[in-house]
Design a protein around this ligand. Structure first.
Ligand SMILES: O=c1ccn([C@H]2C[C@H](O)[C@@H](COP(=O)(O)OP(=O)(O)OP(=O)(O)O)O2)c(=O)[nH]1
Length: 164
């Protein structure tokens, strides 16, 4: 079942979830603007929140705008702190190299996701405990599919086996 949290809101248009169970509620622009290729702009949404401590709101791109028009959120996920009472704004970027993108007032430009977060209680130590991964990162596990015991259907090994 979907968890909910009470969030106080002051808004010109209340963000809506398109479907039951959706994680993101759509944010609308309060202004019209044109983003030229490669251009970014800080876009007001007309909403301000008060959420409980221990929560954060993340401002993230809409996949349709990203895929069809190259519109993204520069700092995604934009972090709205629980204590922030100002207007939520979205730093939109038009990554398309050729096409300008027009935003009309009222357009759904991004979405906001509410999540529980913990603050770290930093405990300084001389040496960190070991782990399976250790310090490996940044592609240390490679990029191709891991080798398997059984060759995939249609693989070279399987075809060779059929021939012999
Ligand atoms: O996409 C975003 C990101 C942030 N904010 C607001 C809410 C957030 O609580 C505040 C500060 O954001 P952040 O901490 O990311 O910015 P900063 O550059 O570190 O500024 P500050 O010094 O004010 O913390 O700005 C937005 O409205 N939209």
């Amino acid at each position: 079942m979907t968890q909910t949290v009470d969030v106080l809101i002051s808004a010109s248009s209340i963000p809506a979830y398109a479907h039951p169970g959706d994680a993101g509620a759509d944010l609308r622009s309060t202004i019209s603007l044109v983003l030229e290729p490669g251009e970014r702009a800080l876009v007001p949404t007309g909403v301000s929140f008060a959420m409980p401590d221990g929560y954060v709101a993340f401002v993230v791109p809409r996949s349709g705008l990203a895929t069809k028009h190259g519109i993204t959120v520069v700092n995604a996920p934009g972090t709205v702190d629980a204590g922030y009472r100002g207007e939520v704004k979205v730093t939109l970027l038009n990554t398309d190299k050729r096409e300008a993108y027009s935003v009309n007032a009222g357009d759904r430009i991004a979405q906001v996701i509410f999540m529980q977060v913990a603050q770290a209680n930093f405990i300084e130590v001389a040496e960190l405990p070991g782990s399976d991964r250790g310090a490996g990162g940044f592609g240390s596990t490679g990029y191709s599919a891991p080798a398997t015991e059984t060759p995939a259907a249609g693989s070279d090994e399987e075809l060779k086996g059929q021939k012999s």
